[in-house]
Design a protein around this ligand. Structure first.
Ligand SMILES: [Zn+2]
Ligand SMILES: [Zn+2]
Length: 137
């Protein structure tokens, strides 16, 4: 299967919202802005862009709810589990949260934006400890 015909599935935490992305994924963009920090509860959002024709919802009855600020900035959530969900802001491309994908993406984080408002803790200590699973006490 060549990269252009490859299809990858994504799901929210509860699995009610399922979607499919076709073709090559160029790269992941990490946003460190204050809004993405709030909606993710962590350092920001990691997303990639997909042209609308290459994005498809697989679940028939999409359970999602949109929240919009007065400025127009908005985010979409699963109504069951609260996971963030892909949406299109311009009718041309879908913003897809990389963490929703269930398969390897064969790409990396290639862009960081809103680094100027990055949280002071959003960096790794040189001696940060890493565990394959939950930290043992
Ligand atoms: Zn869900
Ligand atoms: Zn952001």
């Amino acid at each position: 299967m060549n990269s252009e015909s490859q299809r990858r599935c994504g799901t929210c935490l509860c699995g009610e919202n399922r979607f499919e992305v076709a073709g090559h994924i160029k790269g992941i963009g990490q946003c460190h802005c204050s809004k993405c920090r709030k909606v993710s509860g962590t350092g920001g959002n990691a997303v990639f862009l997909v042209p609308v024709p290459r994005f498809r919802w697989l679940s028939e009855d999409v359970k999602r709810k949109q929240f919009q600020l007065q400025s127009g900035w908005r985010t979409c959530r699963c109504t069951e589990c609260g996971s963030p969900l892909p949406e299109s802001h311009d009718g041309k491309r879908f913003w897809v949260q990389a963490g929703l994908m269930d398969e390897p993406l064969n790409t990396k984080i290639k862009t960081h934006i809103f680094c100027g408002s990055r949280a002071d803790w959003d960096q790794e200590a040189n001696d940060a400890r890493h565990f394959d699973e939950m930290m043992l006490s």
